[in-house]
Design a protein around this ligand. Structure first.
Ligand SMILES: Nc1nc2c(ncn2[C@@H]2O[C@H](COP(=O)(O)OP(=O)(O)OP(=O)(O)O)[C@@H](O)[C@H]2O)c(=O)[nH]1
Ligand SMILES: [Mg+2]
Length: 455
């Protein structure tokens, strides 16, 4: 996938306005690369941190920097690695990289190439490498916590236990094959079934405890729902902090779905504004389409903000709309609470908890955001249970479960040889999750291409 012989260089962190930019170099030519910038040789081998004033040979750009030097075997990639923490503007950092990559044998790193090297050199397991990418792109603290667990090797440890159990069982199956001409039984079919079930249970636990993990990889979806004119677009605009949706006193203003990323205290979510739901049926084709679209979208959201205008005399329409969403995860919003206070009355009518909201009272916005955050937090399993499994891991676990079932069935039917073969297959599926070597190139590139450059 990448040529491991080259020395690679990239900007590994720092946004446009960051005061410091980290330039990373990995490979045998690190020092030659640094030599381009530093007039006197400042580094000895060893993990060390040095203050350095870097300047181009022409002395054009001067700025201060810390240089961290890691010897081979003690760095992230296990290769000779140098990090230049340069206090300079981004264009200058890019100039530095440009100068370094002019050196023969030093090139710009590809996406995820530092982590790819860490993996290829045995520093990180594959699951841990994936965790690095997930931490980098983490959209919530829960997501990052989960990825950190993956990084620490939680999944790797659990897989190790499973692999040991399969190998043990395989040993018993194959011992029976070796002595098939003699009358020795190494394992009875009932015992084989029991052991297979135990392995399956551990495998299933990995998947079950992580159902919400994939959801975290994507952002949680939150949709404003309610009858027309309830104040949904006004709420969405307030939460987004910008006038994204059109607000008007005219009924049925919103037709399309408007979605944007909304930042909460611990996570981001996708917040959507939809057409007001109506209980009646429609002849108007556009209205019908807007209703269908909104209904479908709202029902598939992780959290519905059910907007009901405060102080109304009659809530018949709202009750009908509520019927369409009642089994979902709903937070009631008593909108326009500057006009009247109806929180308790609405809680009685709908049997769910309500938060008061008004675009005219800024303090209500903070409380609203906190409540949404709390409700989204409930969707995430407690940090301790998360092992962090992604789709690739889960596919392998499902395939292994199938192989185990087949193995137990074949063994019970007396076909020990095929049963052992199936067990081997199952083992290889689990081993693939954390494989160090011989992994399909396509799998590797699909994992590492998801990284950004510099990681
Ligand atoms: N007094 C008061 N008026 C509000 C508040 N929120 C919204 N409104 C008004 O209520 C009307 C409807 O607001 P929208 O946000 O457009 O309502 P909507 O639910 O998006 O309406 P549709 O898109 O037509 O379904 C507008 O005239 C808003 O100015 C509020 O907190 N207080
Ligand atoms: Mg609207």
């Amino acid at each position: 996938m990448y040529d491991l012989r080259d020395t690679i260089c990239a900007l590994s962190s720092g946004s446009l306005d960051a005061p410091r930019h980290i330039i990373r170099l990995s490979g045998s030519k690190c020092e030659i690369g640094l030599d381009k910038l530093v007039d006197n040789r400042i580094l000895d081998r060893g993990i060390e941190k040095r203050n350095a004033a870097l300047s181009f040979r022409g002395g054009k750009i001067e700025f201060s920097a810390f240089v961290y030097s890691f010897p081979e075997g003690a760095s992230y990639t296990l290769e000779r690695l140098i990090e230049i923490h340069a206090y300079c503007p981004l264009p200058a950092a890019e100039e530095i990289i440009n100068a370094i990559t002019q050196v023969d044998g030093i090139r710009l790193a590809g996406p995820g190439e530092f982590t790819y090297r860490a993996f290829m050199n045995g520093r990180l397991s594959l699951a841990q490498s994936e965790a690095v990418s997930q931490i980098v792109s983490g959209s919530s603290v829960y997501h990052i916590q989960a990825a950190q667990k993956l990084m620490k090797g939680d999944l790797t440890n659990r897989l190790e236990q499973i692999k040991n159990s399969i190998v043990e069982l395989l040993g018993l199956f194959e011992a029976g094959l070796d002595f098939s001409s003699e009358d020795i039984v190494f394992i009875q079919p009932e015992e084989a079934k029991k052991r297979t079930e135990e392995i399956k249970k551990t495998l299933s636990e990995i998947i079950d405890s992580n159902l919400a993990y994939e959801r975290m990889l994507g952002l949680a979806s939150v949709a404003a729902a309610g009858p027309p004119n309830a104040g949904k677009s006004s709420l969405v605009n307030a939460l987004l902090g910008s006038e994204r949706a059109i607000v008007s006193a005219k009924q049925a203003t919103t037709r399309d779905i408007l979605s944007a990323v909304c930042s909460l205290e611990y996570q981001d979510c996708v917040l959507s504004d939809c057409a007001g739901l109506m209980a009646a049926s429609f002849d108007d084709k556009i209205e019908l389409a807007a209703q269908e679209l909104a209904g479908e979208y709202i029902l598939s959201s992780d959290l519905i903000l059910f907007c009901v205008e405060s102080g109304k005399m009659d809530y018949t329409e709202e009750k009908r709309v509520f019927e369409k969403i009642r089994n979902k995860n709903i937070l009631g919003v008593a909108t326009k609470c500057d006009l009247a206070s109806s929180k308790e009355a609405l809680e009685d009518i709908f049997g769910i908890s309500f938060v008061e909201f008004s675009i005219k009272q800024r303090e209500k916005l903070t409380a609203m955001k906190t409540e949404i955050q709390n409700r989204l937090s409930e969707l995430v399993p407690a940090g301790e249970q998360i092992t962090a499994v992604n789709k690739r891991h889960r596919d392998s676990v499902f395939q292994c479960l199938k192989d185990l079932d087949k193995a137990a069935e074949l063994f019970a039917g007396g076909d020990e040889e095929l049963a052992a073969l199936c067990l081997r297959e199952g083992y290889s599926k689990i081993a693939d999750i954390d494989q160090q070597k011989d992994l399909d190139e396509r799998v590797l590139s699909s994992i590492f291409q998801n990284f950004c450059i510099g990681k």
